[in-house]
Write a protein of this length. Sequence first.
Length: 134
Amino acid sequence: GLFKPRGELRQAITDFIISLNQFGKPVVLLCAEKPDYDVTDAEGKPIRKTWDCNAYPFLGSHCNITCQIESNEKWKEGSSQKDRKWKYRLSVRRCQINPSLEGPSGNPLLHDDEISYPALMQAINPDVDVDTLI
């Protein structure tokens, strides 16, 4: 009845994403993080948390851009302290179009009111006509 094997579902999602790419529509994935698994550096210090894609852990590999939006628990309106003056920020985890954004120049990329689809597309490719993407 209602049950479908995960393989069929994953293939349907992949086919959908590929179809969007064929029409020139960038696919942006915003994904939650699992609070219980950290990605660590060589010294074992946490760098970031892992993604939570549940039934489809490879979803980010099929998207053009994978972003993370963080909420700042320390935020305080009007604060001049660096760690308190932003409420939301967007960082680039993967970017097939502009891989340089995966490093320090894209982390974080946008803050608070700057976060929008047009702003993200302009940051990735300043020459893009955003109106053609929407």
